[in-house]
Ligand binder design. Structure first.
Ligand code: ZN
Ligand code: ZN
Length: 375
């Protein structure tokens, strides 16, 4: 089925009358990863659910959400978390939820040592928000469904989990995955935004194509012969060699989508990718505010394009526009200029848009138009 991304907010820092703050859904066959949940996230999610019910054949159930991936602790990305968790409790959710986000190596060290946090810890650090949310009822016990709270030093690959009963943390061997996921995975990618931050990648695992049972039946192969072919071994049948690969459909390649969060261009974790099918990248500023982008550790649309080239993205989608950007047409033009000699597709997201990444890796951008989606 590929991947489906819903972009539920494209504004940076604060809502405008046409745009809401950050929050996206990344859906795969095993569940949904929510990436960021700024102010009002739960309302936007329920609006999108209603739209899907009205205009599409399938339901966007919040019970399918398996993980909340946070990109960083700025409130335009996190202020909607706790109200949404509480609403799911009121809806009698009983599926487990993993909540996972970045912090600094210093915070990881002091939490593990049970020390007070370093003085220079910014007030937007997720460790502080996690601890406040726990105090305000964001625990499995209070919510009535299991919530795992995990923080990590992304670049240092150290992950820890809170025990909300004792307030202690334990170190995990690696970045955890949503419960029960076998064919898909999420990965944090280090970015640069002045406070601990990361991008999130959702990818499907490669798997071999389907075994051609019809063909095996037509040839009258026995169980042993079928098992050999299915295992990839060629066999001899009626004095002809049957090649295992001729009994397999085409392999399913891994496909992936990345959401950058807030970051400078050329974030180390994103540029080190050898490729991605879809890159949804912040583009807070236009070229005339390049200095601002550098000073505040954000990207321009052109910077997003340079990043897309570096990580071999097939399709770049712009989001997270500053308040000066009324419509993102100019953003697309400036990114397009950088992408002129490449095959990279470029589109601009608006609130409510959907992006479908097919099994062949190509992206279809569906634009929300008040009465359904159009290409
Ligand atoms: Zn932001
Ligand atoms: Zn930010």
């Amino acid at each position: 089925m590929g991947l489906e991304i819903h972009v539920l907010g494209t504004s940076s820092a604060r809502p405008t009358n046409i745009r809401q703050v950050s929050g996206s859904l990344m859906s795969c066959d095993e569940g949904i990863a929510v990436v960021d949940a700024g102010e009002g996230f739960q309302s936007r999610f329920s609006t999108q659910r209603k739209r899907m019910k009205t205009y599409e054949s399938y339901h966007l159930k919040s019970s399918r959400v398996a993980v909340l991936c946070l990109t960083h602790g700025h409130l335009d990305h996190t202020w909607g978390v706790l109200p949404w968790l509480q609403s799911m409790a009121l809806d009698n959710r009983n599926q487990p939820l993993l909540i996972i986000g970045p912090t600094s190596s210093e915070v990881v060290e002091s939490l593990l040592a049970n020390d007070t946090l370093p003085e220079e810890t910014p007030h937007s650090d997720l460790s502080l928000q996690f601890q406040f949310w726990h105090k305000l009822g964001g625990t499995s016990e209070n919510l009535g469904y299991e919530v795992r709270w995990v923080l990590g030093d992304v670049a240092g690959e150290r992950w820890l989990e809170f025990d909300t009963n004792t307030g202690n943390v334990i170190e995990l061997p690696n970045q955890p995955q949503p419960q029960g996921w076998r064919n898909n995975r999420i990965d944090a990618l280090a970015t640069a935004h002045g406070i601990p931050s990361c991008a999130w990648k959702l990818s499907t695992k490669e798997k071999p194509g389907k075994f051609d049972r019809m063909r095996a039946a037509e040839l009258g192969l026995d169980d042993e012969q079928r098992a050999q072919l299915a295992a990839g071994n060629d066999i001899l049948h009626n004095e002809t060699t049957l090649l295992a690969r001729q009994f397999r459909g085409e392999d399913f390649q891994s496909i992936s989508a990345v959401i950058s969060g807030d970051t400078t261009e050329m974030a180390p974790g994103i540029t080190q990718l050898s490729g991605c099918n879809l890159l949804i990248h912040e583009a807070t500023f236009l070229n005339d505010w390049t200095k601002h982008a550098e000073d505040y550790m954000h990207s321009t649309a052109a910077g997003a394009a340079r990043t897309a080239i570096k990580c071999n993205a097939q399709h770049l989608v712009l989001t997270h526009y500053g308040a000066r950007i009324k419509v993102p047409d100019e953003s697309v033009d400036e990114a397009q200029e950088v992408l002129a000699n490449t095959d990279i597709q470029i589109t601009a997201a608006r609130d409510g848009d959907r992006l479908l990444v097919g099994n062949d890796g190509s992206t279809t951008h569906l634009h929300w138009r008040d009465d359904g989606w159009t290409r």
